[in-house]
Design a protein around this ligand. Sequence first.
Ligand SMILES: Nc1ncnc2c1ncn2[C@@H]1O[C@H](COP(=O)(O)OP(=O)(O)OP(=O)(O)O)[C@@H](O)[C@H]1O
Ligand SMILES: [Mg+2]
Length: 223
Amino acid sequence: MIEVSRVSKVYASPAGPVSVLQDLDLTVAPSETVAIVGPSGSGKTTLLNLLGAIDRPTAGTITMDGVDLGGLDADAAARFRNRTIGFIFQLHHLLPQCTILENVLVPRLAGGWDEDNTAVRARATSLLEQVGLAHRLTHRPWQLSGGEQLRVAIARALINRPKVILADEPTGSLDPATGERIADLLLRTNEGAHVALIVVTHNPGLARRMQRTYRLEGGRLVS
Ligand SMILES: Nc1ncnc2c1ncn2[C@@H]1O[C@H](COP(=O)(O)OP(=O)(O)OP(=O)(O)O)[C@@H](O)[C@H]1O
Ligand SMILES: [Mg+2]
């Protein structure tokens, strides 16, 4: 499902180049679950951004679902992301002017999906129920706590039935019980829909529930 080959990432900055990833390789099968751990600043979010076609590697190739991400222009990358990837960001990027139900529906609207509006709203509502927010459908993101906003972002990531879920600290701001519930939801989605799941986390309990764990160290992944 995902093939990362000799990927390097160097950021340009006024203080000089910042080399974050070096010759990194990773292969993920469909419906496989992978945890990526590593200290702050080691490049975990950088790697997810490359996998999500949000940013491009300085060198190397990434193939996902048979598509070479390097060959996509910005529009094609956005379309691919919308159809294939559910991205749970470290910062949730919810739209403040929209209700949480509308926030979950944004990827459907953005993707121009052709289907019954009622069915999609029911699916969005069901996802919000599964993250424990059924009673907050008409609230705005700024009326929610950090952990509640995170849970809206998780429902939003699942609305398009992605083939790959990329999650950056999906339990970061949650208490242990709520974190367990979110892990259950992600793993249920992984099993039921054969979705590959890549989770960046500082939470050892969550990492243990994934089939494989890699540590990002010196710009590479080590088992
Ligand atoms: N646009 C950028 N320009 C320059 N340097 C950057 C840029 N984005 C990230 N970096 C640097 O790249 C390194 C890796 O950042 P990244 O966000 O991937 O780390 P992380 O492993 O996700 O950390 P955390 O656990 O704190 O979220 C950091 O040293 C960061 O300062
Ligand atoms: Mg990060």
